[in-house]
Write a protein that binds this ligand. Structure first.
Ligand code: AMP
Ligand code: MG
Length: 448
């Protein structure tokens, strides 16, 4: 609603923080599952992974060289090499038990188990590389080139903590502990649905009055970038009778649903709002931001008529939760049969910004992961900018991280997708600021 001066009535607006916290209160983490380590990259760990054995689990050599007793090579130098017999050879993977006699060496490879009695390994580079006898040109300190059992990790030590998003180094650590499978939150399944009778599939011809659907491709890609499996559904026209069935049809395969369009203030054409209002579980509000003011969020239950496997599985989880057999926090998505649903505004820039500010953290919550917010930084503005009072602006800009500067782009309209394509960051202008000058320092969100 507008006051007589034509300005947005601030009373009616919900803050960005309040909207986000309502969302995060509703979204429940998905039930963890045991997955093969090969499938776990990028997922969030749902258990602490501990070392089952010390790492390394046996004393071994860190270099190719010769196992020696320190006293036997104490006199070795460039000018006065010490020559010793080579009595055996032990390679990586050799499980035999070797013992090092006094005044002798055993040739040893990197990663090979130390012969009993080894005090140091003389690197092959300090020797003539002999195979029956070896001349050694330098003395080795006690412990030189040895890797002792447990020097990397003690048995029982927590190596990767629950809540970690698994990156390649974590996968290596888990494999090194001997685990073939690991307990993780499943990859969230996100279904994206565009609404609007003006929309056409890219690749098909259009006539004036129509536009190609860009939102569903963009949001599906953004969801994948945030670590989800994303499915894009075909376009739903502005027909109130088609919206709810189209959403319900997808619920069985969704942990989270996103629609775009049909939620602004235009009345009968806002079919998404009209269709979902009947349910009473999705709230619509104006958020004090630009772009992205009209936001809808809530949950949608699978309809009683749905017979998909998804429903069966979800119902089972719901029943188990009701009976207290699994903790409420462990119930998937919004709990029981409920799937969280975002209705994002239709303008592509609004949809994009809304996704990054609200949906990304919700995707994190599905995985019990708090680290999905955009990276925040600060940078010096290379040009002035304006912002409406009482609204937090997210303006597209080009961030030069090296110089710590950001250039606001011209063309900040919510429909101006071409400008979005040039941006790599969003400039945040607080609610109480209406303009900023060149040279001022602004808060910036780095776009993923
Ligand atoms: P709405 O929120 O449905 O009122 O749409 C607001 C504006 O966004 C209109 O100009 C729509 O044509 C445009 N729009 C809606 N959906 C899409 C879409 N999927 N791709 C591109 N533009 C869209
Ligand atoms: Mg529309």
């Amino acid at each position: 609603m507008r006051d007589p001066q034509g300005r947005a009535n601030e009373e009616e607006l919900t803050s960005v923080e309040a909207h986000l916290s309502d969302i995060l209160r509703t979204v429940r983490p998905l039930v963890p599952t045991e997955l093969s380590l090969s499938d776990a990259h990028g997922l969030v760990l749902a258990e602490d992974v501990t070392a089952s054995v010390p790492l390394p689990s046996f004393d071994n050599s860190s270099m190719d060289g010769y196992a020696v007793r320190v006293a036997d090579v104490a006199a070795a130098s460039e000018q006065t090499p010490v020559t010793l017999p080579v009595v055996a050879e032990v390679a990586a993977g050799d499980t035999g038990a070797y013992a090092l006699p006094p005044l002798a060496t055993i040739r040893i490879m990197t990663g090979a188990m130390l012969p009993h009695g080894t005090e140091a390994v003389v690197p092959v580079e300090w020797t003539d590389g002999g195979t029956t006898r070896v001349s050694i040109y330098g003395r080795a300190e006690f412990g030189h080139a040895l890797r002792l059992a447990g020097d990397d990790a003690k048995a029982g030590e927590v190596l990767v903590s629950a809540g970690t998003r698994l990156r390649p180094m974590h996968i290596a650590v888990i494999a090194a502990t001997g685990r073939a499978t690991v307990r993780v939150r499943p990859r969230p399944r996100v279904v994206v649905l565009s609404t609007g009778s003006e929309l056409a599939e890219p690749g098909t011809p259009i006539v004036p009055g129509r536009i190609w659907d860009s939102n569903s491709f963009m949001i599906a890609a953004a969801a994948r970038e945030a670590g989800c499996l994303a499915y894009r559904q075909s376009i739903v026209p502005d027909n109130p009778d088609e919206v709810l069935p189209a959403i319900e049809d997808q619920l069985g395969r969704a942990d989270l649903m996103i629609t775009t369009g049909g939620v602004s203030m235009g009345g009968e054409y806002d079919v998404v709002k009209a269709a979902l209002r009947q349910l009473g579980t999705v709230g619509f509000r104006k958020v004090a931001m630009q772009p992205g003011m009209p936001q809808g969020f809530g949950t949608v239950a699978l309809p009683p008529s749905a017979t998909s496997e998804g429903r069966a599985r979800r119902s089972l989880i719901g029943r188990l939760a009701e009976r207290g057999e699994i903790p409420e926090r462990a119930v998937g998505s919004a709990g029981g049969d409920q799937v969280p649903l975002f209705t994002l505004p239709g303008n592509p820039v609004s949809a994009y910004v809304s996704f990054q500010i609200f949906v990304r953290p919700a995707i994190g919550a599905l995985q019990a992961y708090g680290g999905l917010g955009l990276e925040a930084t600060r940078a010096e503005l290379t040009g002035p900018l304006r912002s409406p009072p009482g609204r937090r602006s997210f303006l597209r800009g080009v961030l030069d991280r090296g110089r710590g500067r950001i250039a606001p782009l011209t063309g900040q309209g919510s429909h101006q997708v071409a400008t979005l394509g040039k941006a790599n960051a969003l400039i945040i202008v607080p609610e109480w600021v209406v303009q900023m000058a060149e040279g001022e320092t602004a808060d910036v969100l780095v776009l993923p």
